[in-house]
Design a protein around this ligand. Sequence first.
Ligand SMILES: Cc1ncc(COP(=O)(O)O)c(C=O)c1O
Length: 492
Amino acid sequence: MTAASPQTIFDVSAPGRRSSTIPEAGVGPAPAGAIPERLRRRTPPRLPEVSELDLVRHYTRLSQRNWAIDVGPYPLGSCTMKYNPKVNEETAALPGFRNLHPWQPESQVQGALRLLWETERILVELTGMAKVTFQPAAGAQGEMTGLLMMRAFHAAAGDPRSVVLIPDSAHGTNPASVALAGFKVRQIPSDERGLVDLAALEAALDGQVAGLMLTNPNTLGLFERDIEKIAAAVHAVGGLLYFDGANLNAILGKVRPGDMGFDIVHINTHKTFTTPHGGGGPGAGPVAVTERLARFLPAPVVGYDEGEGRWFWDTDRPDSIGRMHGFHGNFGVLVRAYTYLRSIGGEGLVKVAERAVLNANYLRKRIEDAYPMAHPGWCMHEFVATARRYRAQGVRAMDIAKRLIDLGYHPPTVYFPLVVEEAMMAEPTETESRESLDGLADALLQIAGEASSDPDLLHRAPVTTPVGRLDEARAARRLHVRWEPGAPWLSE
Ligand SMILES: Cc1ncc(COP(=O)(O)O)c(C=O)c1O
């Protein structure tokens, strides 16, 4: 550690140093007994003693240790790390939105209700569904909400069912949500095209199947071309189709889940409709459903009284599955999504999908000789390549990912989907320019060369970051987030 690179704010602390001083209040000490004896501190708190400049430098330094889309390309597959326009932040910070309280009467929050209503109209149009809940706080919670509605639907028909089908390429949240909603998972294998194996699907369909969860394009970045046959087969046994909307970016304004036969759709607004996200939030996972499922939506939903020209919370929903969130969901995220949707417009959304697919294919084409695709040919908004061939040199997808960090790029997703060996899943998004895609492709090609010429360089990477490779299992299981002087783990 040097003075130029202190590890923590305690390293720059010096006794008696302050960033500001507060004049004596002149009201004397607290009256005796005001704070019960057992609650009084015995020792002063261990706080760093620093000047204002030390403090500013500390936080600036910390902010520079993070990676963000505002710093450079972030091609993390399945996560849609696109640029988040700054105007979204400005609208979300408008006092009329920022200072609202969810307990304010409807008459005082007509603007906010209208914003939700108009966002709902747009989502209904984009998904081909009938009605939306804004309560879920993320895609995963949207999944749970949708599956609980699936359950309620079958129960109301007097036909409770126990199984949900999921393709083997699915995101891990899908089976987790299925289990949480009280169903059993039945896995459907992918065929040699990387698509749902139709014969295996048909063999798995019976009267116990509540529904099928699918994302289209799927997590291999491929469009499920048999979707109409899949939908017809699932509906024929009385099942429902759930659309995991994490990949909606690829099809915006091109094709609608409702037209493909889906009954329930969650939308990751923080991905598709731009909110800074990562590390678990903040998010919003609205769920849209067809008319026959609308009565099960979490209550309340937004209503509009045309006669009176007023928006209201529709609480009179006896078949609702109940609440999924305190109050009405992450409203600030929805203001950002609405701003994005209105500023980019219908035609803009179509271009988003087209350019997201174009960018992914451009990157794919530039690197595929060095990193063969798991499923060759055109991809949608993302692709899954494999680093399998470098295993002979002792180089793994993880080494390539870490070396990319040294070259100034966030790595693609690695080791997902699980069905592809040494998977590298890249989603460049529509917001990257051709120059930045070329920079990323050049870096990946350079690393492919290094894998043969100097594999150890890749094993040592990253060397430009504050910490090198972590023992990820240990970091997760023995997480220390609080600094303590002389803590043994500091020197471990
Ligand atoms: C395909 C897919 N489904 C679901 C999710 C879960 O979404 P969220 O992170 O918003 O909970 C993700 C997240 O990356 C995803 O990629």
